[in-house]
Design a protein around this ligand. Structure first.
Ligand code: CMC
Length: 426
């Protein structure tokens, strides 16, 4: 393809064009500042490719999402979360032997160091579980420092995948003041999580197979989403040479915000608010459209998807099936569907390409599983972990990687003479 050309002041510059395997086009501006002295300005990096990546492909116009070439719908319907985690991290689906070994490692590493339980004791009972998750993950680097050696990194990757399940469930048990339930090696990943969440020492607990399957599917649907806010954070922190646990901990913090992973909690809070207010949507649709009102329809809109979010389609369908099969009548599901119908017919939402995103229906499913609202974003983090790990690894092994260090256009004061007012206290 012909190079891109730019004229700025008296410079005519050519930039090589780079084309991806799905024909996405970018022009490589690495030489821009050196040759012209200018930089690009792109708030929110909406037009900036921060890396080349072979992990996840999204076509936002056509609602396509693929991990390593496999359609999200196929993976969600036919695969397992551990299969998908392996696929994202190592590039291919595991063989039976590889999967058995991977699962064995997940069970072998699922305990956390007994000393780490003391950390949980220090938090107040109402501590947000995302803060607990982020700080406990960060502290893993004190227990498992490792080296930059590939084998050490791989061991820490497997440790982290195995332990996040346990850390998340312990954070929940801490928040409700119940004893921690230890992982069980004979259970699958999703099943073990539900067991650690809901078992109590005095009773037997068997997670409902439909809930296990649904949770596994939800984790798959969240497993990666290319260069979103939390993933870019993981790559950015890692680009300084920070270790895996510190980088992922930063990603968890980025995910917690209501515009990102925190939206699944915000959706349920919004639907509850509408229900308590008598169920009238118009007022809230109008508020969302009013530019002087900060209110937004949570669970609507996406930076990349402008027609539909394929994950939301799968989740909406599962929500109907699961609630039907379990005989759960959740008024919030009906409210959500009505709100979606109203918004989808409204010119404001149509013209801006605002559709339900992954977070719109996922909370309804988490509620059906008995997972409390303050744990929803933790569930997102559990699902996203393999994606963060895969992206962190790719960043580390990419010869193009440099420390992330954007520029700025300075708009502050010009140089000012310092005038001393009296003598400062020392
Ligand atoms: N309700 C009302 N208006 C909206 C909404 C919404 N949910 N989302 C975007 N808009 C409007 C926005 O005001 C703007 O209007 P205008 O062009 O008149 O100024 C236009 O649509 C474009 O929005 P934007 O904020 O420039 O788009 P963005 O790409 O920067 O933000 C977003 C994407 C997801 C942060 C945003 O759509 C949003 O805040 N949605 C609600 C929060 C949410 O559901 N987040 C979860 C995202 S999916 C899970 C994940 O991957 O994190």
């Amino acid at each position: 393809m012909e190079p891109a050309r730019l004229s700025i002041s008296d410079h005519d510059v050519e930039f090589p064009v780079t084309v991806g395997s799905e024909n996405e086009v970018g022009f490589d501006i690495r030489k821009l500042r050196g040759t012209t002295g200018a930089i690009t300005v792109d708030p929110g990096f909406a037009n900036t490719g921060s890396c080349k990546s072979g992990i996840t492909f999204i076509d936002g116009e056509n609602g396509i999402l693929r991990y390593r070439g496999y359609a999200i719908e196929d993976l969600a319907n036919h695969s397992s979360f551990l299969d998908v985690a392996y696929l994202l991290i190592y590039g291919n689906l595991p063989t039976r032997v590889e999967l058995d070994d991977f699962h064995g490692e997940m069970t072998r590493h699922s305990l956390i160091h007994e000393d780490m339980k003391k950390f949980f004791e220090g938090y107040p009972p109402n501590a947000p579980p995302m803060s607990v998750l982020s700080t406990i993950v960060s502290s893993l680097s004190a227990f498992y420092p490792g080296t930059e050696n590939g084998e050490d990194i791989d061991l820490n990757i497997r440790r982290l995948l195995a332990k996040l399940n346990t850390i998340a469930a312990f954070a929940f048990k801490k928040s409700i003041g119940q004893p921690y339930i230890y992982p069980r090696n004979n259970l699958g990943y999703a099943e073990d999580f539900l067991h650690m969440m809901f078992a109590v020492p005095s009773e037997d607990y068997e997670p409902h197979p439909l809930l296990v399957k649904t949770l596994d599917m939800l984790l798959i649907l969240h497993a990666d989403h290319e260069q979103n806010c939390s993933t870019s954070t993981v790559r950015m922190v890692g680009s300084s040479g920070a270790d895996l646990f510190s980088s992922i901990s930063a990603g968890i913090s980025a995910l917690s915000g209501p515009l990102h992973g925190g939206a699944n909690t915000a959706v349920i809070e919004m639907l509850e608010m509408i229900r308590q207010d008598g169920g009238g949507f118009k007022k809230y649709v109008d508020k969302a459209k009013d530019k002087s009102d900060p209110f937004r329809l949570m669970g609507f809109g996406h930076r990349v998807y402008k027609n539909f979010d394929p994950r939301a389609r799968v989740i909406k369908q599962i929500a109907d099936e699961v609630l039907g099969e379990l005989g759960i009548d959740d008024p919030l599901l009906d409210l959500a569907k009505e709100l979606e119908n109203i918004a989808l017919e409204d010119e404001y939402f149509i013209s801006r390409g605002l559709y339900p995103n992954v977070d719109f229906y996922s909370g309804i499913l988490y509620r059906a599983m008995g997972i409390p609202t303050n744990m929803f974003t933790v569930m997102f983090a559990l699902g996203r972990l393999p994606g963060w790990i895969a992206q962190w690894l790719e960043m580390k092994t990419d010869s193009d990687t440099r420390i992330y260090r954007p520029r700025q256009i300075y708009t502050g004061n010009n140089h000012r003479e310092y005038v001393q007012i009296g003598r400062r206290c020392l």
